[in-house]
Design a protein around this ligand. Structure first.
Ligand SMILES: [Fe+2]
Length: 341
């Protein structure tokens, strides 16, 4: 090979292969259905530490899954972040994720909060709890999810619709642990005790308890904590006379779910995506990720805000959160069968 050819070859390598690769290495593309202000700090800190720039597309979880399915290998996304393992399972079933083998992730994240083969990982957890009106309910009156079906609560319970994934995941967890029949009896009992036709989100259920429309509501913990931490007087007035109960403390523990993420099969920058996931297990990132939505960090001894800190010591269910996806279809069928709105 003469010098001229060698030179031409070098030039072609420099301008065709190597340069775009360098450009890609410096950017991580994330599709996210989390959109909390404190998450911004996560991204800027990651860029500071690694030099990898983060570009984010925000959207609703299910809409982003549809988008990723349509885009396939044309997608710019490397990583998908969303809430509820039932939704991560939907993305998994759509074949969107790659399997990631990382000792850092496996060591940091409890086994029940991640996919068994590394398709997705949980980075914070939330509990599905009972919120009650202290004027109408005594703390000892109810201690379990099962308790919600007691006839004494007839016309006194609020919950959002069964189309919502939080309720589907809760019922799926019951199917996984206690079987379909028991889960169905529970769902029927809950339906019988509703104060009104399900409407609105979890915050609306808490407001309904405060307004006296119902006495107990089934909601995710962070909605209650968000109101407790609010600087708005109206929000604080809502929770003033309310308290929460972590169900099943003398049994399996309270149902928990996750916020999580997975590396996409068609990622152009897998290395950066894995680096970001590993970064999310650092103490500092854990604090921001969990705090952003008043959730619980997945690693031990991470300091979060006072409100969450005060309400973090409870017994959690140990079932694999992936089960909530496995039994999602059955849960939906039960809700449909019994006519749960
Ligand atoms: Fe939520």
């Amino acid at each position: 090979m003469n010098n001229k050819i060698l030179f031409a070859l070098l030039i072609s390598i420099v301008f065709s292969g190597v340069r775009p690769a360098i450009a890609e290495d410096s950017t991580l593309h994330i599709y996210s259905s989390r959109h909390y202000n404190t998450d911004e700090k996560l991204y800027t800190d990651f860029t500071k530490q690694t030099g990898i720039e983060v570009k984010r597309v925000d959207g609703k979880g299910d809409a982003l899954i549809v988008r990723l399915e349509q885009e396939q290998e044309l997608s710019s996304a490397d990583l998908f972040i969303t809430v509820d393992s039932g939704r991560l399972w939907r993305a998994e079933q759509a074949g969107l994720f790659d399997k990631i083998q990382s000792d850092v992730l496996d060591k940091a994240i409890p086994e029940n909060l991640r996919h068994p083969e590394g398709q997705w990982f949980g980075f914070s957890s939330r509990a599905r709890v009972l919120v009650y009106n202290k004027d109408k309910v005594n703390a000892g009156d109810i201690a379990t999810y099962q308790g919600l079906t007691d006839p004494k609560w007839k016309g006194r319970v609020c919950v959002r619709s069964s189309g919502n994934i939080y309720n589907q995941s809760l019922l799926a967890s019951m199917i996984a642990q206690e079987g379909e029949e028991t889960a169905k009896i529970w769902a029927k009992g809950l339906l019988n005790n509703l104060a009104r036709k399900p409407q609105g989100g979890d915050t609306d259920q808490i407001k309904a308890v405060a307004a006296g429309i119902c006495d107990i509501a089934l909601v995710n913990s962070y909605y209650f904590f968000r109101l407790q931490r609010s600087e708005n007087a109206d929000d604080l007035a809502v929770v003033e006379n309310l308290d929460l109960i972590f169900p099943d403390q003398n049994d399996k523990g309270t149902h928990i779910n996750i916020s999580g993420a997975g590396v996409l099969k068609h990622a152009k920058n897998k290395e950066a995506a894995v680096k970001f996931l590993e970064y999310l297990t650092s103490e500092e990132a854990q604090a921001y990720f969990a705090d952003g939505n008043n959730e619980y960090p997945v690693i031990q001894n991470v300091q979060v805000n006072d409100i969450v800190e005060k309400q973090k010591n409870f017994k959690k269910q140990h079932v694999s959160v992936r089960e909530f996806g496995v039994y999602q279809k059955k849960a939906k069928m039960i809700f449909d069968e019994i006519g749960f709105p």
